[in-house]
Design a binder for this molecule. Sequence first.
Ligand code: FAD
Length: 366
Amino acid sequence: MTDRPTDTAVVIIGAGQAGLSVGYFLRKLGLDPGNDFVLLDRGPGAGGAWQFRWEALRLGYAHRVNDLPGMEELGLSFDTADRHAPAREVVADYYRQYEEHFGLQVVRPADVTRVTATFDGFAVTFDDAYGDQTVSTQVLVNATGTWGAPFVPWYPGMNGFQGRQLHTVDYRDAEEFRGRDVVVVGGGTSAIGFLLELEGVAGSTTWVARRPVEFLEEQELNIEGGTRAVTLQDAAAREGLALPSIVSTTGVPRTRRIQSAIDRGLLVAKPMFASIEADGVRWADGGFQHADAIIWATGFRPELRHLAPLKLRERAGGVTVAGGAAYRNANIFFAGYGPTASTIGASRAGRTIARQIVSALSARGF
Ligand code: FAD
């Protein structure tokens, strides 16, 4: 078990792709893991949010998963990883080896509940097996992703539904829905993944999306810098706006698996229902679809609750972040936020943020 730190120069909250990447570059720039910087993560093991994804999800089903910086030193690459094994196992295994190889010493499980400003930095309070602990730091990196903040839109009647409602985070496998009538809500690759898994298992599936789904010509979605989605996320972050939904701006790639489902007529999305009733959903034209379950594959928001005492949120609904740095406090950085909320973005954010941290620390005489 990694020792619980009490005082350090940099605390990184979250050890997913974004947090690990920052840790990798800080180490490369000469900081000592475990002493000069500390990674705190509330998960039970390595893998970031990937460790919680559903069993049937495989690497390469829709998006590309990019390597962590320096991963080639271990002879590992997601490009050559086992495409038949659950993504959650492959990613967790690679991250674990990465942490060990670079000695990143993640403290876990350590659930950060609150960060407050102090005279010369921050006090980070986290909850672990020993109760509440506090570590003080000069610089803070938030790399907490979105998995802990699932988003479900409100629809009239939803509280009276007698069946099961669940979000992507609660989905385990299709067998739970054998013979059931299932409504899947969402226009992204998670919703499509559920429809494919439920085909032939559920009694029926009905797909609804809040906006028309755009199928791209590409076979693989690579969320590279400069794409429309990244540009829109970056513009919103720079203005402190609530971040737009990624799905609404990327479209869905036509992998062979998705194209064949389109060809056999499985992937036809209806516009949203008007309301939810005890045993189904009511369409705007008065028609009715019986439902035993509604799966909300409706996305996520950045997980920032623990930062509330820092008052970073703007009236416009978001946090102002440019190039990974928070506008309201020069010693706070966001990795994996907005334009860097993808495996490639998170890897790149690590380098940019680590360099800024080293300058900030040297200005303080570190
Ligand atoms: P995460 O992997 O979510 O890691 C955040 C870490 O922070 C977690 O380990 C969590 O335990 C920890 N944490 C959170 N809150 C706290 C707290 N208060 N205290 C302590 N620890 C905390 N991107 C791609 O490039 N390709 C894909 O195919 C792809 N598929 C995706 C599928 C789904 C369903 C989702 C939701 C996202 C997908 N993404 C994909 C996005 C991608 O997973 C992330 O943007 C990327 O891995 C960067 O992760 P992260 O480190 O920011 O977040």
